[in-house]
Ligand binder design. Structure first.
Ligand SMILES: Cc1cc2nc3c(=O)[nH]c(=O)nc-3n(C[C@H](O)[C@H](O)[C@H](O)COP(=O)(O)O)c2cc1C
Length: 440
């Protein structure tokens, strides 16, 4: 199917005036560390690259060892990866030669140079030298989460005036488009993103890694990765961070003061992840951890899956998908609370495992009567909370689904345990008027 569908749809995107043959890019990290690796990725089908963050050679870069740890969850390997890796430890000259090499051999694959300075002159120096050596765009790394020096990495991303200052300094000195890469280690990304735009940024990319601690050794009590007896809070990436990334991306896409192109990053491993980022407003998509798990070849599945989806939905251009879910994204106070529903069970598919019963009893509405002879659930409809927990634990896809109930349908009140003390209750109703807002 792939061969037949992928040629029927247009996966190319225009991102700040630069054309990518598809929206899939390597993000700045070990997966984009050298021209040899990037060339291999281009052969595999990736549309472009954000090259590993360049270092000006002013300070020697030595990566801690070991530099990563990971969280497996059940049978899912690399649910999250934590890294303490620094920016590129390669000489600047070598990285620039390799950018030139890539432009010479793959002129149709845009190369975005990621840069990180520690002060304004260094930002300008790196920006100009990357442009002079063929970079098609720049990505300003305002977001590395394990920088300890004020004015570097996520410390810039958290000091909004510095974002504007460094973006503006770079923009005044280059003519290629500039992306600002944001840290998720803040509450609201719209504000720093607007500072970047005010500084002249042409686009925003997000997210860099989430500052976290992935585990502690139970034998040595050292947070992981254990760097010779020492651990440190540092960058978490991979599927576990995807909800955080989607939230920031969609908020920026909806921000009226921003309205510049977005490059989505964070936990993208499959075509479905990619599609979700597109639907919530990303024009390009960047990947690291997915590649650190499965290799460059995952792009084939992403291209194939997205193409099949587009053919099925009769969508000819991938750009037509960008932001399509945004009109359906609200704050919770917009929900129609007079519309309620319950779960429904297709018992022909039931295997009698009883997991629905356990979660309904211990975490929901105690809405299941269990027939222990046939090992089948029977739903007590007016006790069902429609939390859907039973459907999450059910091992049979499609067995449990949601059904809306008529508007006059009412859920039964929960049982009250009466202690039997006639006058023991200390209770008076709360009477003062207050704001009538949704309480989540
Ligand atoms: C080992 C490692 C090194 C990274 N190095 C950089 C870097 O040098 N510059 C940068 O902007 N982001 C860096 N990142 C962040 C990634 O580019 C990306 O933003 C993040 O990992 C989230 O995407 P993912 O979930 O697809 O990995 C690094 C990530 C990892 C895992």
């Amino acid at each position: 199917m792939a061969g037949s569908t992928k040629n029927k749809v247009d996966l190319s995107v225009d991102f700040c005036g630069v054309t990518f043959k598809n929206p899939f890019l390597l993000s700045s990290s070990p997966v984009s560390n050298s021209a040899e690796m990037v060339a291999k990725s281009f052969e595999a089908g990736w549309g472009g690259v954000v090259f590993k963050t360049l270092n000006s050679d002013r300070l020697p870069i030595i990566h801690p060892s070991p530099r990563m740890n990971c969280i497996d969850y059940g049978s899912k390997k690399e649910m999250a990866v934590q890294n303490v890796e620094q920016i590129s430890d390669r000489p600047l000259k070598h990285n620039l030669m390799e950018i030139q090499y890539l432009k010479m051999h793959y002129p149709d694959h845009p190369v975005i140079a990621s840069i990180m300075g520690f002060f304004e002159d260094e930002w300008i120096y790196l920006a100009k030298i990357a442009e002079d050596n063929g970079a098609d765009m720049l990505e300003l790394n305002f977001s590395c989460p394990h920088m300890c020096i004020e004015g570097a990495g996520h410390k810039v991303g958290q000091a909004f005036h510095l974002i504007e200052q460094f973006t503006s300094a770079v923009k005044k000195n280059v003519s290629i488009p500039v992306i600002a890469k944001m840290t998720p280690n803040i509450t609201d990304m719209n504000e720093p993103a607007v500072y970047a735009k005010n500084g002249g940024a042409d686009a925003i990319s997000a997210i860099n890694t989430v500052r976290g601690i992935s585990g502690v050794g139970l034998d040595d009590w050292v947070p992981r990765p254990n760097v010779f007896g020492k651990g440190a809070p540092s960058g978490t990436s991979g599927p576990a961070v995807k909800p955080i990334a989607l939230n920031f991306i969609s908020a920026m896409a909806k921000c009226e003061d921003l309205q510049i192109p977005l490059s989505g990053i964070g936990g993208i491993e499959t075509w479905i992840d990619a599609l979700e980022f597109l639907l919530l407003g990303s024009t390009t998509l960047q990947v690291t951890t997915g590649i650190m798990h499965y290799g460059y070849r995952i792009v084939e599945d992403m291209i194939e899956g997205l193409s099949d989806y587009m053919v099925e939905r009769k969508i000819s251009r991938v750009t037509d998908l960008v932001g399509k879910a945004l009109p359906n994204l609200y704050e919770t106070d917009h929900f129609e609370l007079d519309r309620q529903g319950i779960t429904q069970y297709d018992l022909d598919k039931c295997i009698g495992c009883g997991q629905c019963l356990i979660v309904c009893n211990d975490a929901a509405g105690q809405a299941i009567d269990w027939d222990s002879e046939t090992r089948r659930p029977h739903l007590i409809e007016d006790k069902c909370l429609s939390c859907m927990l039973c459907s999450f634990v059910c091992p049979v896809p499609g067995l449990i689904s949601y059904k809306e109930m008529p508007r006059d349908w009412q859920r039964r009140e929960t049982t009250v345990m009466d202690p039997g003390l006639e006058k023991g209750l200390k209770y008076e109703p709360f009477t003062k008027e207050g704001p009538n807002e949704c309480i989540a």
